[in-house]
Design a binder for this molecule. Sequence first.
Ligand code: CDP
Length: 209
Amino acid sequence: MIIAVDGPAASGKGTIARALAAHYDLPYLDTGLLYRAVGTNVVRGGGDPADPDAALAGCAFDDLLLRDAALRSEQAGAAASIVSAHPAVRAALIERQRDFAARPGGAILDGRDIGTVIAPHADAKLFVRASPTVRAQRRHAEMLTMGQSVSVDTLLAEIRDRDRRDCTRDAAPLVQAPDADLLDTSFLSIDAAVQRAIALVDARTAVRT
Ligand code: CDP
């Protein structure tokens, strides 16, 4: 079984995808981490993420970088959102993601274009969203646990900025696949969101566990 989970920043898609992976015992790939690694690689090398050549060169990152806590920062998220708009960067990362989706026992991937580009044939697709204000508050709380204090207003501005870039780019924009189930987590606890996600996947796949 392949499960695709897409949605904007801090919508809850990562938490939901990880919980689904545990529930269905599937391997999980956070594809945003790949774009974060590319963006961070470019910035650390002194390059400009907006430069297509520098961004493409950044795709040759060492996999150890994927474990670097710095990838979780807002700066890494912003750099990721810039490099991810280059079609050559998306093309360079596509095979790795499709190979993961094609694992014999199935897989779960989260990102922006999983249900539309990476695994359009997925058995179940969730499009997870939440209001920008709720997402900024969540990101704020998450960053406090990492010892980073950024105001909710700053985070809200960054989230709106990233949404605009992700939704308006030509290459694989963030858009709900026609056959994806919408899950709005604005007023749901994590537990309630996960239960709802499991119910939606079960309904799509008729799997009872
Ligand atoms: O965790 P959060 O949702 O904030 O971000 P992420 O999923 O780690 O993604 C960071 C950035 O990478 C996004 O803003 C997108 O621009 C880009 N991305 C993408 O273009 N396609 C994906 N499949 C995943 C991420």
